[in-house]
Write a protein that binds this ligand. Structure first.
Ligand code: ZN
Length: 299
């Protein structure tokens, strides 16, 4: 039984100003790399846009309205980091639902992976750092609609703290948030996750993997999840343009293996998203993102 993968060509369809730092081509690049590895088309599921009703239920209605209609003020738009366009909204609504679909498929199949996702800087009433709507939070809520799931753990290993997720889940005892990130990386003002580990600039594989092992051990003593959502950001990589850590490609692979192993050992379904990654060399970047699929056993 192959592992379900979630992808839509719209993930990479966004016209950005020249020299914009966001590597929008990487999603299509991952899709093509997986095709080249022989993953059949039947493994791929295409998401639809998320419904407005779901956004209105969990986020601030005014923010949802203003952003979708293009009426968000310029300062709030700059904080997101993309110029407004209809294309941006269409792309984001589909990408965000991609993570919900991945979460649903994970409950059905044990494991599922989105080829985008990890919009962890989005709060209920504002977006930030290339994130419009928080897909991780919505996916956790979608999992909880299943009778088998009460408690969800969000493991966020992107180099940036999952500040939006932490804030959205602050008063929600059914969602546990674990963030391991670069202490000196954005956001400068951190929120409070259930567990936060801020690593120093330049931290390498050994320090990183040890911190993860310890954090997972503590997390599972504090909380008993019924399902896991995993943000596998690769901006921890040594060649990343934004991340301040020094993790090798092999270190990323071992990290991802550790997360899948803990899920497997506890018999928990796990939904993975790719998170951040900002190398300008798209092929090199895709190769680091591929470690998630390799660790999951996709190929
Ligand atoms: Zn990041």
């Amino acid at each position: 039984m192959s592992i379900p993968l979630v992808f839509h060509p719209i993930y990479s369809q966004l016209d950005l100003p020249e020299r914009h730092r966001f590597p929008i081509q990487k999603y299509q690049g991952i899709r093509e790399a997986l095709r080249a590895k022989g993953i059949p088309n039947a493994s791929f599921y295409a998401p639809t846009p998320i419904s407005r009703n779901v956004l209105d239920t969990y986020f601030d209605k005014q923010y949802v309205h203003d952003l979708i209609s293009g009426e968000l003020n310029p300062k709030a738009m700059r904080r997101i980091g993309f110029p407004w366009s209809k294309q941006l909204i269409d792309r984001s609504l589909t990408a965000v639902f991609g993570t919900t679909l991945t979460a649903q498929l994970a409950l059905e199949h044990g494991k599922a992976l989105n080829l985008t996702g990890g919009y962890h800087h989005a709060f209920a009433d504002f977006g930030s750092g290339f994130c419009l709507f928080n897909d991780l939070y919505l996916a956790a809520k979608a999992m909880q609609e299943d009778a088998r799931v009460d408690n969800v753990m969000i493991i966020d290993l992107d180099v940036h703290q999952g500040d939006g997720t932490a804030k959205l889940c602050e008063n929600d005892r059914t969602i546990f948030t674990l963030s391991i990130h670069g202490e000196k990386n954005f956001p400068h003002r951190k929120q409070v996750s259930d567990i936060d580990i801020g690593l120093p600039k330049g931290a390498g594989d050994e320090e990183y993997l040890q911190a993860l092992e310890e954090a997972l051990s503590v997390a599972f003593k504090m909380f008993s999840p019924d399902a896991i959502i995993y943000d596998a950001g690769v901006d921890v990589h040594q060649n990343d343009d934004l991340g301040l850590l020094n993790i090798t490609t092999e270190g990323v692979y071992q990290r991802d293996c550790m997360v899948f192993e803990v899920a497997e050992s506890k018999g928990l379904p796990i939904a993975g998203v790719i998170g951040g990654g900002y190398q300008r060399d798209i092929d090199a970047l895709v190769n680091v993102h591929l470690q998630l699929y390799r660790a999951a056993g996709v190929y």
